[in-house]
Write a protein that binds this ligand. Structure first.
Ligand code: BF8
Length: 629
């Protein structure tokens, strides 16, 4: 592939040119070595759930050794992917809930309850008495969250029951009854316990348990709901309590935020428990002074991927890039440390960092990497460990080889920080102006775009093209994750982007002084979009599936994205995917997920490569829903 076909981002193109001249390997080279990919895997037709296999389904061998057919194998594989995504998001949520409890019990003095207003709002939603000492309220909230991970009854998750809109809850309950009466099989869609749904998914997909594709996929739905209205929601809400609810601010995005004369620390991964601390400690006068003693102007902390989104939303920290930037940041030769925790971190960073003075610092006991320097992060000694991390970066600075430094100048301004609380404030305290604009057609609909980058598709091209085309057609775009960073880098989150929007959307955005492209946070913050959709539904006394909303993950990569897509579908939103998910080996599973699920849950998946055609489909869905509004 030519470099211009690999990414639309000029900073990426510049570094890829350098990598090719100097012979550094990147994710694109490894993709090339792996291509063409195995067709059985691409179609979901490879089963390695037991050691009688691995089995592959072909026109001649239509079952695995145990007799499992293509439908079962494809469904089991996709449910395992969902379960892995749920596990990742939810483990993140668990860590925040444990920390909140420790802070509430004053067992951890390195963190505080930062946002007491948000704490009270969450407590009220959960039915916790707020007329008490802050620590007591926080303890109860944390305990409710932790109970959602561990309770053994069959009742719905407390977070889901407290946050999901009324009509949607009713629909899930009705569906359980409907499936029971039609199939005489007990089938649950409402999650009971976050961990249990992951365990249940793993149990029923192991050899010799559940072989009914519908039953398997419904469990996938239940697990995904334990993520969206459970683990991810808990992560978002409790992080806001501990670190502050995001508010509007302007940041810079792209590799140009790396500074030639500062000590650069890139924080990559997902959990703000680590990144917030590194930002805080790096900005202390002691550390800045130490950096100057080592000959630098100071310390420049920049984010990468979702933990980057967390600290840009709350602290205004610049973001160096999205998923495909992680190797490129090291290739600038000006990064003293890339500090990581969990998720979306390429193990290739270890080898690459060794070509430079860069310290690749792993911090999580569940994420170790070949070639990393492991500094174990412990919440109870967070200040101390963060100091050690920052000092390690400072000490690497004298070893920077100036001849290897190449920082692209590209960076864009972006207006970020749109929590639901901030949006409400902009709207004057009520959803009414937003709903009125939707009803009047000034906002034709809302598209939520999420997910990753994938070297199989032109980097950022789908994110950016889709976004531009949607706003042109008066569809407001909101989103999270690596999409949000793509949009920020492309300058689409500037106020000036109003000029690219259709006339009616432009008018609304001008009146509210917001861009038509809204950064709602990290991937766990997809829960903000869910609760926003839920709030609009409740306001209109409607179901989410009645609203002109669509979703898309146009460059998706991870199992977490499958979970996100599934919980949006399960909450009533039609969701676009590109690349195609590995299900085409089973026409039954394809039809369940793209058609039949619509009657069951209101949402469904559709797959399309061309971004303009995708927007045509999205607009048609929105127009259809508008008619019924
Ligand atoms: O959780 S968008 S590549 S960084 S999975 Fe990962 Fe995908 Fe980026 Fe964040 Ni989300």
């Amino acid at each position: 592939k030519k470099i211009e076909e690999m990414s639309i981002d000029p900073a990426v193109q510049e570094i890829l040119q350098l990598a090719s001249e100097k012979g550094y390997e990147t994710v694109w080279d490894r993709l090339n070595s792996q291509s063409p990919h195995c067709k059985f895997g691409l179609n979901g037709l490879c089963c390695k759930n037991c050691i009688m296999g691995p089995c592959r389904i072909t026109p001649k061998t239509t079952t695995g050794v145990c007799g499992a057919e293509a439908d079962t194998i494809v469904a089991r594989n996709i449910v395992r992917g969902i379960a892995a995504g749920v596990a990742a998001h939810s483990d993140h949520g668990r860590a925040v809930a444990i920390l909140l409890k420790e802070v509430a019990c004053q067992e951890n003095k390195d963190y505080t309850i930062f946002d007491t207003e948000k704490l009270k709002a969450v407590a009220t939603k959960l039915g916790v008495d707020t007329d008490r000492d802050i620590h007591e309220i926080a303890k109860d909230v944390a305990e409710i969250a932790l109970k959602d991970f561990g309770k053994q009854d069959d009742k719905p998750l407390k977070f889901l029951a407290s946050y999901a809109p009324k009509k949607r809850l009713e629909r899930w309950l009705d569906l359980e009854k409907k499936l029971y009466s039609e199939t005489d099989k007990k089938t649950g869609v409402i999650p009971r316990n976050i961990d249990r749904e992951v365990a249940d998914s793993m149990h029923r997909t192991t050899m010799g348990v559940d072989h009914d594709p519908l039953s398997l996929l419904i469990q996938g739905v239940r697990a995904s709901l334990a993520d969206g209205w459970g683990g991810s929601l808990i992560a978002t809400e409790l992080q806001d309590i501990l670190f502050g609810t995001p508010r509007i601010r302007t940041i810079m995005a792209n590799l140009g935020v790396i500074s030639p004369d500062h000590i650069n620390i890139v924080i990559h991964g997902h959990e703000p428990i680590l990144s917030e601390k590194v930002v805080e400690i790096a900005n202390t006068p002691d550390m800045q002074k130490l950096a100057q003693e080592y000959g630098a102007k100071g310390i420049n902390v920049v984010g990468m991927c979702c933990t980057g989104n967390e600290i840009l939303m709350r602290q205004g920290v610049p973001v160096a890039g999205n998923e495909l930037h992680q190797e490129l940041a090291i290739l600038t030769g000006a990064v003293e440390a890339i500090v990581v925790d969990v998720q979306c971190i390429y193990p290739a960073l270890g080898k690459l960092a060794k070509c430079f003075h860069t310290k690749f610092i792993s911090t999580s006991d569940r994420a170790k990497f070949p070639g990393s320097l492991h500094i174990q992060f412990e919440e109870e000694h967070a200040n101390e460990v963060a100091k050690k991390i920052v000092k390690t970066a400072i000490e690497a600075f004298p070893k920077r080889d100036k001849r290897k430094v190449h920082i692209p100048s590209f960076k864009s301004e972006a207006v970020v920080g749109f929590s639901n609380e901030q949006l409400l404030k902009i709207l004057g305290g009520s959803l009414k102006p937003l709903v009125d604009a939707i009803l009047a057609g000034d906002i034709k609909g809302i598209a939520g775009i999420v997910g990753c980058n994938n070297p199989k598709v032109k980097h950022d091209y789908y994110h950016v093209t889709l976004t531009k085309e949607l706003i042109k057609r008066d569809i407001l775009v909101i989103g999270t994750g690596c999409w949000a960073i793509a949009a920020a880098k492309a300058g689409l989150m500037r106020i000036e982007t109003q000029e690219l929007a259709g006339e009616r959307l432009r008018k609304v955005c001008k009146a509210l002084n917001i861009p038509p492209v809204i950064h709602m946070g990290s991937c766990v913050d997809c829960s903000r979009m869910l609760t926003l959709a839920g709030a609009i539904a409740d306001y209109l006394e409607a179901d989410i599936s009645d609203l002109p909303l669509v979703g898309s993950a146009p460059e998706w990569t991870t199992e977490k994205a499958v979970s996100i897509g599934t919980y949006f579908v399960a909450s009533g939103v039609p969701v676009h995917l590109w690349p195609a998910p590995p299900i085409s080996g089973s026409p039954k599973v394809v039809s369940l997920l793209t058609q039949e699920i619509k009657n069951l849950l209101g949402g469904y998946f559709f797959v399309e490569e061309d971004p303009i055609k995708t927007v045509d489909i999205m607009e048609a869905i929105i127009q259809e829903k508008r008619k019924a509004l």
